[in-house]
Design a protein around this ligand. Sequence first.
Ligand code: ATP
Ligand code: MG
Length: 259
Amino acid sequence: MTPLLQVRGLKKTFGGIQALDGVDLQIASGEIKALIGPNGAGKTTLFNCLTGMTRPSEGQIFLDGATPLKGLLPHQITKLGLARTFQNIRLFDSLTVIENVMVGAHCRFKANFLDAFFHTRRHLAEEKEIKEKAYYFLEVMGLLQQALNSAKNLAYADQRRLEIARALASEPRLLLLDEPAAGMNAAETAELDQLIVRLKEEFSLSFLLIEHDMKLVMKISDSVIVMDRGRSIAGGSPEEIRKNPAVITAYLGAEGGHA
Ligand SMILES: Nc1ncnc2c1ncn2[C@@H]1O[C@H](COP(=O)(O)OP(=O)(O)OP(=O)(O)O)[C@@H](O)[C@H]1O
Ligand SMILES: [Mg+2]
């Protein structure tokens, strides 16, 4: 079957740093793929290349085996169905929680500038629909009670959840999550496990998930890819990866934990 996303020989240099040094990767439709690797391995840079925020130096990215993503702008890639969250949370602090989600839906607006300016019936109907959807995404993420609060006043774990709600609002097919459990306690992380699985089912989503929490990775991912120094050094089922000596050396370290 044609993979949903295919990455071939992706390279990115920053000055003298080879952040990506020939990354190959495939994500099947409906798959939860975890992306692990030590600090500085190039994981976030890969996300930036996939979402058009960084231009790769070399390599190819294809959606559905046919649509090239390289060279497209971030909003064009969002519209094709890739959405992401950020390792360093990037919310609109001055907006409310619900407004942050509505911003995420922007790429699905059909009304044009004039519709918006004159508040045409089409624009109002669309805005109503988007607001209703945004409330639903907040409900799914357990943030309904916070809808009218300012985003900057949310607790840390809630800010991470709001990032996911905002990404959902763009109605993606593939959701890229950059360390969604970072800074969450054990109970919050366990809730996130279940939530990701629910999102996958309910919205027919596929995931690429950068995560250092190995318990979460082992529990919910269908497959794991390991990066080290800009390269994909191993791939397989969580069980295979856990036993892979190269992975243990590169990532897990002697104690089997993340540094
Ligand atoms: N905009 C940039 N300019 C210069 N160097 C960069 C830039 N972005 C990333 N790098 C470098 O590229 C390498 C890969 O960084 P990246 O953030 O992709 O790693 P990572 O795997 O996400 O690490 P972490 O687990 O710490 O988040 C690092 O050496 C980093 O310093
Ligand atoms: Mg990173």
